[in-house]
Design a protein around this ligand. Structure first.
Ligand SMILES: O=C(O)CCC(=O)C(=O)O
Length: 208
């Protein structure tokens, strides 16, 4: 990873660039300080309207291995894996995060998908965030609170490039841009280790 250090609006932010082809991936390990991260984790854990969704594959319906929720501007509906989500209105902790993200992105995000990984059995399988409502080459800001979990990338074209991974820690932001969603898949694998819960928020811009 390539390290840089610079000041943004008096924050002394460290940013690491992940050198993977066709993608613009930047990781900010301490985007939120520890006290703010603890505060936001608690608020989100209690206030988010968590739901359990189900997925049907080959005629079998199973719960997806995490709880989720979708917040955003009115009318910003999101569909993935045949699950359609209607937005809840923004709440206070989400607006704090969304506003601070403006320091590193030029995007006024209009929605956010929130995941709660309750323990090591919770995960998200290989996928890319390439749904049509996100447009071409979306900018996605992925914010993590709670337990550190492995985040892995692999190329869609198996003949090209190798896998890449990093650990997403409490208070961090991973910014995915460029052609990241076109060329790469990502996942949070399960772990057999005893791990505490983790909340992840992926801020998005729905174009329609
Ligand atoms: O939890 C994460 O870091 C990734 C979440 C993710 O990939 C998604 O919600 O699409």
């Amino acid at each position: 990873m390539i390290d840089q250090q610079f000041d943004l609006f008096s924050d002394n932010l460290t940013v690491k660039q992940l050198p993977i082809a066709h993608a613009d991936i930047n990781y900010y390990p301490n985007f939120f300080d520890i006290n703010t991260s603890d505060f936001l984790y608690q608020k989100l854990y209690k206030q988010v309207k968590w739901q359990q969704d189900y997925i049907t594959l080959y005629g079998q319906t199973n719960p997806i291995p995490r709880l989720t929720s979708w917040y955003g501007d009115e009318g910003k509906i999101y569909t993935y894996s045949k699950i359609t989500m209607q937005p809840h209105p923004w709440n206070e902790p989400l607006l704090i995060i969304k506003n601070k993200l403006k320091n590193i992105t030029k995007v006024n995000f209009n929605s956010v998908l929130i995941n709660l990984y309750r323990d090591g059995k919770d995960s998200v399988a290989w996928h890319s965030d390439d749904e049509p409502e996100l447009g071409e080459n979306p900018v996605i800001a992925s914010v993590s609170f709670g337990e550190t979990r492995r985040f892995m990338f692999k190329p869609k074209d198996k003949n090209n490039y190798g896998k890449s991974e990093l650990n997403l820690s409490h208070g961090s932001v991973l910014l995915m841009a460029g052609e990241a969603q076109k060329y790469w898949l990502h996942q949070i694998p399960k772990t057999s280790k005893q791990v505490a819960p983790r909340i992840n928020l992926t801020f998005r811009y729905i174009i329609n």
